[in-house]
Design a protein around this ligand. Structure first.
Ligand SMILES: Cc1cc2nc3c(=O)[nH]c(=O)nc-3n(C[C@H](O)[C@H](O)[C@H](O)COP(=O)(O)OP(=O)(O)OC[C@H]3O[C@@H](n4cnc5c(N)ncnc54)[C@H](O)[C@@H]3O)c2cc1C
Ligand SMILES: NC(=O)c1ccc[n+]([C@@H]2O[C@H](COP(=O)([O-])OP(=O)(O)OC[C@H]3O[C@@H](n4cnc5c(N)ncnc54)[C@H](O)[C@@H]3O)[C@@H](O)[C@H]2O)c1
Length: 479
C-alpha cells in the first residue's frame, strides 16, 4: 500500500473543499484532494446540480418567451416534435457546458504543484488517516488536518427504492438526460428541486403533475406569494396535488404509474400515469461508508456530521464543510464554509457561522423567486412595528425591464421596520430577481435604509429600478 503525508487532505471535490485546496496549495501547503468519481471533478454544483439545471431552466424560459411572442404574432403554434428536439438540443448544450467547466476545474488545481489530486473512495481508518481505494489500488494518506466535503445525494422514498426499474423513475441527476422529453411527467416533492423542474419541463412542453405530501403549497412563503407561483405554474400546465402520500410506484417499461393517497381519504388511492417520474424528496448526507467511527466523528440522527460554529467536528483536526455538515444546502454557503475553515487554519479563527446575516436564496422559476430576511408573515410575528410594500410586477410603471423581456408575471414585496427604516426582508418574484436580491441583502447587512434604497440612482432600464417605486408605497401592516 502506497503512503502519502500531507498537511491537509480534503475528502470530496465540493465547493468549500476545492476552494480551500487551491488557496492552501498556492500558499505552499501540501494538499491532497480525494474525489471518488472522474465525472464529478469540480463537485455537484458544476456537474449535476446548479449550473446544468440552470442552463436547462434558461433554455426553457427562452422557449416560453418565444411561444408568448409567437402567439402574440398569431404565428402557428410549435409542434410536439419541435419540443422534443428543443429539449434534446438544450441537453446537448448543458453537456458541453459541464465538460468545459469540469476541465477548467481540474486544470485550476492541477497547475498547483503542491496539490495532489487523488481519484478513489476515501475512508477514515483512524482520526487523521485516510485510506483511498480505486479498484485493487490502495493509498494511505496521513494529514494534520482533514476536511470532509462529501456532500449529499438524493433521498428516495422507500416506495421508489424498492420499485422495479425500467428507466422511467428518476432523481434530479438522471432526469436531466431523460430521452425523449416526457409528454407527461410526475414530480414527487414540491421543494426547490420539484418546483424548478416543474417549471422547466412545463416550459419545454411536458404536462407536469406535482405531488407533495404536505397540505400547504410552499409552506415557507407568504400566501399571496405562494398563490402567485402556483397560479403561474398552473397557467403553464402544471397540476399541483397537495396532501399526496405516495403509496406505490410501478415502472413497467412502457409506462410508470404512481399510486397516492390524499389526506383524509386515505382509503381512496388514486393513480397517475406518466412517461417519467422524478423524485425530488430531499437529500441525504454521504457519510454511510466514510469510517467516521474510526475517526471519532459524530453524526446526528439523519447522518449529517455534527459541527460547531467554526465547522469543527468532534474529532481534533477534522472539519466538515458543505451540505454534509447539515447547514443550508447552497453552493454559496459551502463557499462561506471555506472562509471559516481557512480562517481557522491561517487566520485568527474568529470567523464563524454566526457572522452570516441576510443570506439570500433563489428558486429558479421563470421568473425566479428570490428571498432574503423575513417575509410578511414572519415580520408580523416578530412583534415589531412593520411597514410593507407589495406591487404586482405588471403594475410597476418605473420598471419597464419585464415588459422589454416579455415576462411580466410576479410580484415584489418588501417589509421594513417602521422604527428604524431598516429593511427586514424582501421577496422578489420577477425577472432578474436572483441578481436584485443580492443588492437588497447587501443593504440589509450594511444598514442601508429603505429610504436610501428608494432614492437610489439605478441604471435604466433595469430591474433594480423597481425599488424606486415599490419602496415609495410602504404602508403600515393592517391586521
Ligand atoms: C438539482 C439541484 C440543483 C441545485 N441548484 C442550486 C443552485 O442553483 N444554487 C445553489 O446555491 N445550490 C444549488 N443546489 C445545492 C448545491 O448543489 C449544493 O449545496 C452544493 O453543491 C454544495 O456541495 P458541497 O460543497 O457540499 O459538495 P459537493 O459539490 O456535493 O461535492 C461532494 C463530492 O464528494 C464526493 N465524494 C463523496 N463521498 C466521497 C468519498 N468517500 N471519497 C471521495 N469522494 C467522495 C462526491 O463525488 C462529490 O463530488 C442544487 C442542488 C440540486 C440537487
Ligand atoms: N436554487 C437553489 O438554490 C436550489 C435548487 C435545488 C436544490 N437546492 C438545495 O437542495 C436541497 C434539496 O432540494 P429538494 O427539493 O430535494 O428538497 P426540499 O427539502 O427542498 O423539498 C422536498 C419536498 O419533498 C416533499 N416530500 C418528501 N417526501 C415526500 C413523499 N414521500 N411524498 C411526497 N412529497 C414528499 C417535502 O414535503 C418537500 O416539500 C434544497 O433544500 C436546497 O437547499 C437549491
Amino acid at each position: 500500500m502506497a503512503d502519502l503525508t500531507v498537511d491537509i487532505v480534503v475528502l470530496g471535490w465540493g465547493k468549500a473543499g476545492k476552494t480551500l485546496a487551491g488557496a492552501l496549495g498556492r500558499q505552499g501547503k501540501r494538499v491532497a484532494l480525494v474525489e471518488r468519481s472522474a465525472e464529478m471533478a469540480g463537485g455537484s454544483c458544476i456537474n449535476i446540480n446548479c449550473v446544468p439545471t440552470k442552463a436547462l431552466v434558461h433554455d426553457s424560459g427562452m422557449l416560453m418567451g418565444a411561444i408568448v411572442n409567437a402567439n402574440a404574432n398569431a404565428n402557428a403554434p410549435s409542434e410536439a416534435g419541435d419540443s422534443i428536439r428543443r429539449f434534446a438540443s438544450s441537453v446537448a448544450r448543458r453537456d458541453t457546458l459541464v465538460e468545459k467547466l469540469r476541465a477548467r476545474n481540474r486544470a485550476l488545481l492541477d497547475e498547483v504543484d503542491m496539490i495532489t489530486l487523488v481519484q478513489g473512495q476515501a475512508r477514515f481508518t483512524a482520526p487523521r488517516r485516510i485510506e483511498v481505494s480505486a479498484g485493487h489500488d490502495r493509498l494511505l494518506i496521513s494529514a494534520e488536518t482533514v476536511v470532509v466535503n462529501t456532500g449529499t445525494v438524493p433521498a428516495m422514498p422507500a416506495v421508489a427504492s424498492d420499485a422495479a426499474r425500467h428507466g422511467r423513475l428518476h432523481d434530479s441527476t438522471s432526469i436531466q438526460h431523460v430521452d425523449p422529453l416526457p409528454e407527461r411527467l410526475v414530480i414527487v416533492g414540491g421543494g426547490y428541486v420539484g418546483l424548478e423542474f416543474a417549471g422547466m419541463f412545463a416550459g419545454f412542453g411536458s404536462g407536469v403533475v406535482l405531488l407533495d405530501r404536505h397540505d400547504g403549497f410552499m409552506r415557507g412563503e407568504d400566501r399571496d406569494v405562494a398563490d402567485a407561483v402556483r397560479a403561474l405554474l398552473e397557467e403553464r400546465g402544471v397540476e399541483v396535488v397537495l396532501g399526496a402520500e405516495v403509496e406505490a410506484v410501478d415502472d413497467t417499461g412502457d409506462r410508470a404509474v404512481v399510486a397516492y393517497g390524499t389526506a383524509g381519504e386515505a382509503a381512496h388511492t388514486r393513480h397517475v400515469e406518466a412517461d417519467a417520474v422524478l423524485f425530488a424528496t430531499g437529500r441525504r448526507p454521504v457519510t454511510d461508508d466514510l469510517g467516521l467511527d474510526a475517526a471519532g466523528v459524530t453524526t446526528d440522527d439523519r447522518g449529517f456530521i455534527v459541527v460547531d460554529d467554526r465547522l469543527r467536528t468532534s474529532a481534533e483536526g477534522v472539519f466538515a464543510v458543505g451540505d454534509v455538515n447539515g447547514g443550508p444546502q447552497f453552493t454559496y454557503v459551502s463557499l462561506d464554509d471555506y472562509r471559516i475553515v481557512l480562517d481557522q487554519l491561517t487566520g485568527d479563527g474568529s470567523r464563524s457561522t454566526r457572522d452570516r446575516a441576510a443570506v439570500p436564496s433563489t428558486i429558479f422559476l421563470t421568473p425566479p423567486l428570490a428571498r432574503v430576511g423575513m417575509n410578511e408573515t414572519e415580520a408580523r410575528e416578530s412583534g415589531r412595528d412593520v411597514l410593507v410594500a407589495v406591487k404586482q410586477v405588471a403594475d410597476i410603471a418605473a420598471m419597464p425591464r419585464p415588459k422589454i423581456v416579455g415576462e411580466t408575471h410576479g410580484l415584489i414585496k418588501v417589509v421594513v421596520d417602521a422604527a428604524t427604516d431598516r429593511i427586514l426582508g424582501a421577496t422578489l418574484f420577477c425577472v432578474d430577481a436572483q441578481e436584485v436580491i443580492n443588492l437588497v441583502a447587501l443593504a440589509m447587512r450594511a444598514g442601508v435604509t429603505a429610504t436610501e434604497l428608494r432614492d437610489g440612482i439605478w441604471t435604466h432600464p433595469s430591474s433594480t429600478e423597481a425599488l424606486n417605486e415599490v419602496l415609495g408605497d410602504l404602508r403600515p401592516l393592517t391586521w
